[in-house]
Design a protein around this ligand. Structure first.
Ligand SMILES: C[S@@+](CC[C@H](N)C(=O)[O-])C[C@H]1O[C@@H](n2cnc3c(N)ncnc32)[C@H](O)[C@@H]1O
Length: 237
């Protein structure tokens, strides 16, 4: 369970989620496409554009601007590692200390990762490779400002005494994974969130917003990235 090498030894293979393909989105950056579920890991309008908009601009930036110097981030769905890479770059640029904990139930194989163009697009090829090469279920100090712990576990099974100041909620859409967008799941996330902590997600469905509110969050709709009208930002008051 705790080493990536399960995937390293073999050539391309099916993901436990089915056939996985690399596709180009409209901003030129790649994303992954799950054929059986007709679902992509990011917006087809632009993967990097969407991740920046939802997780960096609406999530991380406001915390940096209010003077936070140390931020604990919890990500649901490590996937391609794009959010982690963008966050690493922000930590370096702003010289803020980030502990990034990410959960991933179905790690993407290194064979697929090696095809993704995020390292080139963001001029951070070595770091991108490094984030993926790190062993699972251990904390790694990647740089002075950025530490990463990737946990190979389902959100449903994850527990921690830590409180997170920022949650990147980046599971597959409710159409594909309705079980992850429920009041019960958001109650669990609420408990893991520090007071004044923030959750951001690309999803803006009414049911999802109501489930977050029922779990105790204050929720606002924000303009979404190109191709999407709205996104959600939830705060634990
Ligand atoms: C929309 S993708 C986004 C991933 C990632 N943030 C990225 O930028 O590539 C959703 C991710 O959540 C993972 N996932 C699905 N179910 C999960 C669960 N129950 N717990 C944790 N991760 C899960 C998927 O395997 C996938 O990698």
């Amino acid at each position: 369970l705790d080493r990536i090498s399960q995937d390293d030894s073999s050539s391309a293979r099916k993901s436990p989620l089915g056939d996985l393909g690399v596709i180009k989105t409209l901003d030129g950056s790649h994303t992954l496409y799950l054929k059986d579920k007709d679902e992509t890991y990011h917006s087809r309008h632009g993967a990097i554009q969407e991740s920046r908009h939802v997780f960096i601009e609406a999530g991380l930036k406001p915390l940096v601007e209010t003077g936070s110097k140390e931020i604990q981030i919890l990500e649901v769905g490590f996937g391609t590692g794009l959010n982690a890479l963008l966050t690493y770059l922000e930590a370096e640029k702003n010289e803020i200390s980030i502990q990034y904990t990410s959960l991933e139930a179905f790690p993407v194989s290194s064979e697929i990762v090696s095809q993704l163009n995020y390292g080139d697009a963001l001029n951070a090829k070595a770091v991108f490779q490094k984030l993926h090469a790190l062993s699972w279920n251990e904390n790694h100090r990647v740089s002075e400002f950025f530490s990463l712990q990737k946990n190979q576990i389902k959100l449903e099974e994850f527990g921690s005494d830590k409180k997170f100041g920022l949650i990147y909620f980046d599971a597959f859409a409710p159409r594909v994974q309705p079980e992850l967008w429920t009041e019960e799941v958001f109650r669990k996330i609420y408990k893991l969130t520090a007071s004044d902590g923030v959750l951001v997600t690309y999803c803006s469905k009414g049911d999802v917003r109501r489930a977050m509110i029922a779990a105790g969050f204050q929720v606002e709709k924000l303009p979404g990235p190109p191709g999407k009208r709205e996104m959600l930002r939830a705060v634990k008051k």
